[in-house]
Design a binder for this molecule. Structure first.
Ligand code: GNR
Ligand code: NI
Length: 180
C-alpha cells in the first residue's frame, strides 16, 4: 500500500485524457488499493487516476460517513443522464480550499467494470451522482473550476500558484536547514 502524490491545479497533467484499462491484473488491483488509501488519507469521497498522474480510466469512490463502501469504477460510461439538474457546492483534492457551485444532471446511470473485470451498472442521484460526474470529468482532463467564470478561475489559479511557490520555498529552506 502507498499514499500517492495528488497533482494540483493548474498542473497541465490534470488535462491529459485517460485511456481505457485493457488488462485486469494485479497491477490494476494495486493501483486501486493505493488510490483508495490516498483518497481516505486526504480525506476525500472520490479520486480519479488522473489526479495521481496515471492516465487510465480508473476511479474510486466512497461517499459513506464511515468509509465502509469503497467502489472502483474501471472504464466507466454514462448510459443515461437526467434532464433535471442540481447545483452542488463542489470541492476537489486537486484544487485545495476552493468550493463553488456546479450544475450537473441530478441523476445518472453508469456502466463500469470492477477490479476483476466484471461489468456492473449503478443508478445514482444526490452526492453520488455529483461525485461520479466530477470523477469522470477528471478522466477527460477536466477540472470542476472549468465550469466557473474565467474571472473566478483565474483568481483560483493565481492563489494556488502563489501557495505552490510558498511551499517550494519552504521545502528548499528545510533542505538547507539539513545541510548547514
Ligand atoms: O472529496 C471530494 N469531495 C467532493 C465534494 C463535492 C463534489 C465533489 C467532490 S470530489 C472530491 C474528491 C476529488 O477531488 N475527486 O476528484
Ligand atoms: Ni476532483
Amino acid at each position: 500500500m502507498a499514499i500517492l502524490n495528488i497533482l494540483r491545479y493548474p498542473d497541465p497533467r490534470l488535462h491529459k485524457v485517460a485511456q481505457p484499462v485493457a488488462v485486469f491484473d494485479e497491477r490494476l488491483a494495486q493501483l486501486v488499493a493505493d488510490m483508495a488509501e490516498t483518497m481516505y488519507d486526504a480525506p476525500g469521497i472520490g479520486l480519479a487516476a488522473t489526479q495521481v498522474d496515471v492516465h487510465e480510466q480508473v476511479i474510486v469512490i466512497d461517499t459513506t460517513e464511515d468509509k465502509s463502501a469503497l467502489v472502483a469504477y474501471i472504464n466507466p460510461e454514462i448510459l443515461w443522464s437526467s434532464d433535471d439538474k442540481q447545483v452542488y457546492d463542489e470541492g476537489c483534492l486537486s484544487v485545495p480550499g476552493v468550493y463553488d457551485g456546479v450544475e450537473r444532471p441530478s441523476k445518472v446511470k453508469v456502466r463500469a467494470y470492477d477490479v476483476k473485470g466484471q461489468p456492473f451498472e449503478v443508478e445514482a442521484d444526490g452526492l453520488l451522482a455529483v461525485c461520479i460526474q466530477h470523477e469522470m470529468d477528471h478522466l477527460l482532463g477536466k477540472v470542476f473550476v472549468e465550469y466557473l467564470s474565467p474571472l473566478k478561475r483565474n483568481r483560483i489559479k493565481t492563489k494556488l500558484q502563489k501557495e505552490e511557490r510558498g511551499a517550494q520555498r519552504e521545502a528548499q529552506l528545510r533542505a538547507q536547514g539539513r545541510r548547514y
